[in-house]
Write a protein that binds this ligand. Structure first.
Ligand SMILES: [Zn+2]
Length: 376
């Protein structure tokens, strides 16, 4: 086996941290080693340019972890409707350890998604809609807006908004909601803002493809046109005729011919593949950021690993959406070998919130913990 050499300096403030036109990083010197139970002897290095020290583990997705677990297996089980507890039992680990690996996997997935998007050529219309689930308790339903390719069912973007509980309630439930409103009232314009962020990605889809125009289908929710009017970029593209916003009733038959088929299809997949979104489950999400980490992992799996149509060949949703097959295969081979770095990854606003755990969880005090290395 070839001895490990650091691919770049681990300090984001050093000029040798960023790729130098393909020239391999050589300004480092060996700086001893240390022994670990999980990873054997780990070599250390020192950057000759800035003096930062780092080790082989600094570049591993398992940085700071004390046990090696198979990411492929954890992700496969998570995306096959197994709860965190069930995965933990099967692998002989604690639920916290599995949750920790899912967080790490989510950052790998976001970086993978971002890296692949730079060479895509999407040539399809889009559909957007909100997937309804909940987090913390049924008093805090949420709306996860997804932007899906009409032909490929590739998910281009997603965002999360916590909502106020609505619908039929008993008097006691209504009183309980009043109490919760006083301590944790969700943003009444949550759906609108979330839709604007998600629909904004349709402009990138438009610019990455060669089509002069793109259609964006939604249902007749009044928050959507309001969000479009409030977004100067979206409104400008609609004014130019490059983007058309079309609506159809959400009561229309949910067939393959329905323009909202892509979002209806994803709705079904999420309900059956992710344990926390199964109706009446007791394994519901307790933390919004963790929920979005699991969703990021799931969407990576859906987009790049899952076959588009089980009876029609082996192409993934990403390949049908115009992503480069060779590049996907190359990326998948090294997916769990190199740690994803925030400083080297281009993320949308929503992806950044998922990476940095920046979303609000109702009834939770303070920010969610994120290891310092995940911010580098
Ligand atoms: Zn350096």
């Amino acid at each position: 086996m070839k001895p490990f050499t650091p691919p770049f300096c681990a300090s984001p403030t050093c000029s040798h941290h960023f790729p130098d036109g393909g020239a391999p990083y050589s300004r480092f010197i060996a700086w001893g080693s240390y022994l670990t139970q999980a990873f054997g002897r780990v070599p250390r290095f020192r950057c000759a340019a800035c003096g930062a020290t780092f080790s082989r583990q600094t570049f591993s997705p398992d940085y700071y972890s004390k046990r090696v677990l198979d990411y492929e297996e954890i992700v496969g089980r998570l995306c096959s409707c197994e709860s965190l507890s069930a995965i933990a039992r099967a692998l002989g680990a604690s639920t916290d350890t599995i949750s920790n690996r899912v967080s790490r996997a989510s950052r790998q997935a976001l970086a993978f998604d971002s890296g692949q998007a730079s060479t895509r050529h999407p040539e399809e219309d889009l559909a957007a809609d909100g997937f309804e689930s909940f987090c913390v308790s049924q008093y805090f339903p949420n709306n996860i807006t997804v932007l899906v390719g009409a032909r490929s069912q590739f998910v281009y973007a997603c965002d999360h908004a916590t909502l106020r509980r609505k619908g039929r309630m008993t008097q006691a439930q209504r009183a309980r909601r009043e109490v919760l409103d006083s301590v944790a009232r969700p943003d009444p314009r949550g759906i609108e803002k979330s839709f604007a962020r998600t629909a904004g990605e349709s402009l990138r889809v438009l610019s990455d493809g060669a089509r002069p125009r793109l259609r964006l289908w939604t249902d007749e929710n009044q928050a959507y046109p309001r969000a479009i009017r409030a977004s100067p970029c979206l409104a400008a593209q609609i004014g130019l005729g490059r983007l058309r916003h079309l609506t159809i009733s959400s009561r229309a038959a949910r067939t393959r011919c329905n323009p909202l088929f892509p979002v209806n299809y994803l709705d079904r997949e999420l309900r059956k593949d992710l344990r926390e979104h199964v109706r009446e489950t007791v394994c519901f999400g307790r933390n919004v950021n963790r929920q979005m980490e699991r969703l990021s992992v799931y969407l990576w799996w859906h987009n790049f690993r899952k076959v588009h149509r089980a009876r029609e060949g082996s192409r993934s949703h990403a390949e049908v959406a115009g992503y480069d097959q060779g590049r996907i295969e190359k990326g998948l081979r090294s997916m769990w070998q190199r740690r994803a770095w925030l400083s080297l990854t281009e993320l949308t606003e929503s992806m950044l919130d998922s990476w940095l755990r920046g979303r609000w969880t109702p009834l939770r005090c303070g920010e969610d913990y994120l290891p310092r290395f995940a911010r580098a």
